[in-house]
Ligand binder design. Structure first.
Ligand SMILES: C[S@@+](CC[C@H](N)C(=O)[O-])C[C@H]1O[C@@H](n2cnc3c(N)ncnc32)[C@H](O)[C@@H]1O
Length: 246
């Protein structure tokens, strides 16, 4: 699956349903500034760390499994002249043990690293400095989905909740939701529909590649499930959280 994503998202910088504008807005509402230290678990191509370092003067460390994405992250850091302030390492973010505390600990679009939202909150918290922020990018159901939706989208039925149900999950974990930025249908299209083009072009250039049949299936399933269910029922946002007052 990782290989499929590396091919499908070869032309993406942001590997989630946010546009550059929404990513910048998230940095603003999270009060990212000079010296803010950020740990990004499952950082992908590191666009958040690099862009925020360039725009807001922050610093940070990213962990991801994909060497392909990490190579792009390191290149981007050089391109934006922030390589002195952001670092990247390959590893399983679900097993990552931070040697220091961070002002912000982020996990955008990968809460499977901790076996779901609650488990991922549990593994993010030890890396967080007192008073720091957790940024969690997570899907939510916009409307009650038909039974077939979870299966078509590759989720277990209870993996995600409504927005209010997601709030319940945060509160049950002892967190207060202090801000959020949500994707919208147009920004979802930029994330998903643009992958169809990338795969289409890759298949034209690599018709005999051993991954070609799987990529054809991947694109076909993505198109169908996105149009049938994702676009209507599934939202995505980044939730800005702080430990609730005792
Ligand atoms: C949907 S992408 C999100 C990437 C990035 N957070 C962003 O929003 O641009 C999911 C990322 O999780 C990474 N990943 C998946 N499982 C992982 C794991 N166990 N540890 C670290 N990274 C993982 C993938 O390589 C991919 O970069």
């Amino acid at each position: 699956m990782l290989r499929h994503h590396e091919i499908a998202e070869a032309d993406h910088r942001i590997l989630n349903p946010f546009t550059e504008e929404k990513l910048r807005l998230l940095g603003e509402v999270s009060r990212i500034g000079p010296g803010t230290r950020i740990l990004d678990l499952a950082c992908g191509k590191g666009e958040m760390l690099c862009r925020w370092a360039a725009d807001f003067g922050s610093a940070g460390h990213g962990v991801d499994l994909s060497e392909v994405f990490l190579a792009a992250a390191r290149e981007r850091a050089v391109e934006l002249d922030v390589a002195g302030r952001v670092t990247f390492e390959r590893g399983d973010a679900g097993r990552y043990r931070a040697a220091e505390r961070f002002d912000v600990v982020a996990c955008l679009g990968a809460t499977w690293i901790g076996g779901g939202l609650t488990g991922t909150i549990g593994l993010m918290r030890p890396a967080l400095a007192d008073g720091g922020l957790l940024l969690i990018g997570e899907p939510y159901w916009i409307d009650d989905p038909p039974e077939a939706a979870s299966e078509a989208l590759g989720f277990a039925p209870g993996d995600f909740a409504s927005l209010a149900g997601t709030l319940d999950r945060f509160e049950a974990a002892g967190l207060e939701l202090v801000e959020m930025v949500l994707a919208d249908p147009d920004s979802w299209d930029r994330y998903v529909a643009s992958q169809w083009w990338t795969i289409h072009e890759w298949l034209r250039a690599n018709p005999g590649d051993p991954d070609a049949p799987a990529m054809r299936e991947f694109a076909a399933a993505s198109r169908r499930s996105y149009l049938a269910y994702n676009r209507r029922y599934l939202g995505w946002g980044v939730f800005v959280l702080r430990a609730a007052a005792a």
